[in-house]
Design a protein around this ligand. Structure first.
Ligand SMILES: *Cc1c(COP(=O)(O)O)cnc(C)c1O
Length: 414
């Protein structure tokens, strides 16, 4: 079985139930009654695995969390209101004033703003390094940071960080390693690269239908001889380890973030996300095949002045890493660089099949001009760092016939 077949064979049945309602149940209650005072005490003490209050979790979210944890091979997961909610949860649960975060590779605009603006206001310092600048990465790690954050594929710069090498460094320097794997579920396995926490915006390819905003944080288990998490740097985690052992990271996120800040997923959103999970492997497999085909065909047909960027193309700086480590592709995104903003706008407005929107990983093919939208608030230097030029269009390939998409782009380029 390849990993897609494995997912379909072993996990799809878990999304619902085998008896009674086979579709996942939506438990819409905000509060849950306790049988008696003793049960209430046990639930609040974490000794009874029953719902406490929907901000701390609910049975529909729990179903989604179980499926997500099984997909990733984690010890558990927490469903959040959005991908940003998952990132904000992990950061606020683990970091405090004076702590530092090392961000490696390309970053989604919202994540960049969270780290560089919001967390900064609360006294958390951030460092940004290019994915391949291991000299600087190691120098910063040696000085001591509390968290390393990385996206599995740079969005929109499409750089492919060497997660395995970063994971080894995080072990050596005993630093929490968080990977945002939004673009590459089932394709990139961050726990195999020694990540501690895997983040998803489930709004994207996990749902696929654009009907539910959602996020997931999936946690590895804390082990007995866990030098990293039992070390000095993560002292606030230690009481949770004493109480919850391998599930300690779930405990700290629930108590320090969900309870106090409330970025919890809602039951209806989690239900819709579960429906996405049922067909995830099929969509990932198809879309990744289509991206390669689209990139290969369209790049050969573009006039001078237009550049298609995707790691499957020999012109991309991480082409050999792609060939070696990404046999199933690297997600739905590629970028098309037009000579300037006007030509990018003209091209976008002439496309007939494509939807212009800020989402990615959708069942439909989407496109968006970057610098006038998601990156409009960033200064020129930051845009350059993130790889956003004036003519840059981000494309996210959907389920359509990729050859027909190529024709649509060819007629739109003019
Ligand atoms: C969209 C996205 C996010 C944010 O997720 P939301 O669900 O929109 O809050 C975070 N990381 C990446 C890589 C994304 O593409």
């Amino acid at each position: 079985m390849n990993k897609f077949e494995e997912f379909n064979t072993l996990l799809v049945q878990q999304v619902g139930a085998k008896t009674g309602s086979i579709a996942p149940s939506i438990v819409a209650s905000a509060a849950f009654g306790y049988q008696d005072a003793q049960e209430a005490e046990a639930i609040f003490a974490g000794e009874a695995a029953l719902p406490l209050y929907a901000r701390m979790g609910n049975p529909t979210n729990a179903k989604l969390e179980a499926v997500a944890a099984a997909m990733e091979g984690g010890v558990g997961a927490i469903a959040t209101a959005s991908g940003m909610g998952a990132l904000a949860m992990v950061m606020t649960a683990f970091l405090k004033q004076g702590d530092e975060v090392l961000c490696i590779g390309g970053f989604f605009g919202g994540t960049y703003a969270l780290v560089n603006e919001t967390m900064k206001r609360f006294g958390v310092k951030s460092h940004f390094c290019d994915a391949d600048d291991f000299g600087k990465i190691e120098e910063i790690l040696a000085e001591g940071v509390q968290m390393v954050l990385c996206e599995s594929v740079g969005n929109p710069n499409l750089k492919l960080p060497n997660l395995g090498r970063i994971g080894i460094l995080c072990r050596e320097y005993q630093t929490l390693f968080v990977v945002d794997n939004t673009l590459t579920p089932l394709i990139v396995r961050p726990f195999e690269a020694e990540a501690d926490i895997v983040i998803y915006s489930s709004t994207k390819i996990i749902s696929g239908h654009s009907a539910a905003l959602g996020g997931l944080a999936i946690f590895r288990g804390v082990g007995e001889g866990d030098e990293k998490l039992r070390g000095q740097k993560y002292q606030p985690l230690h009481p949770f380890i004493d109480k919850l052992q391998e599930k300690a990271m779930i405990g700290i996120c629930k108590k320090r973030a969900l309870r106090d800040l409330g970025m919890t997923a809602n039951a209806f959103g989690s239900f819709l996300t579960l429906l996405g999970f049922e067909t995830l492997a099929l969509r990932v497999e198809r879309i990744n095949r289509s991206v390669e085909l689209f990139a290969g065909e369209l790049s050969a047909l573009l006039p001078d002045g237009y550049t298609l960027r995707h790691p499957s193309l020999a012109t991309h700086e991480h082409h050999s890493r792609y060939q070696e480590l990404y046999p199933d592709g690297c997600g739905s995104i590629l970028t098309l660089e037009a000579p300037d903003k006007e030509s990018a706008f003209g091209l976008l407005d002439r496309l007939k099949l494509v939807t212009q929107t800020a989402n990615v990983g959708d069942n439909r093919t989407l496109a968006l001009h970057m610098s006038s939208t998601i990156y409009r608030d960033f200064d020129a230097k930051t845009r350059e760092l993130l790889g956003v030029s004036d003519g840059l269009i981000r494309i996210s390939i959907g389920l359509e016939d990729p050859r027909v998409l190529v024709q649509d782009f060819v007629q739109a380029v003019l």
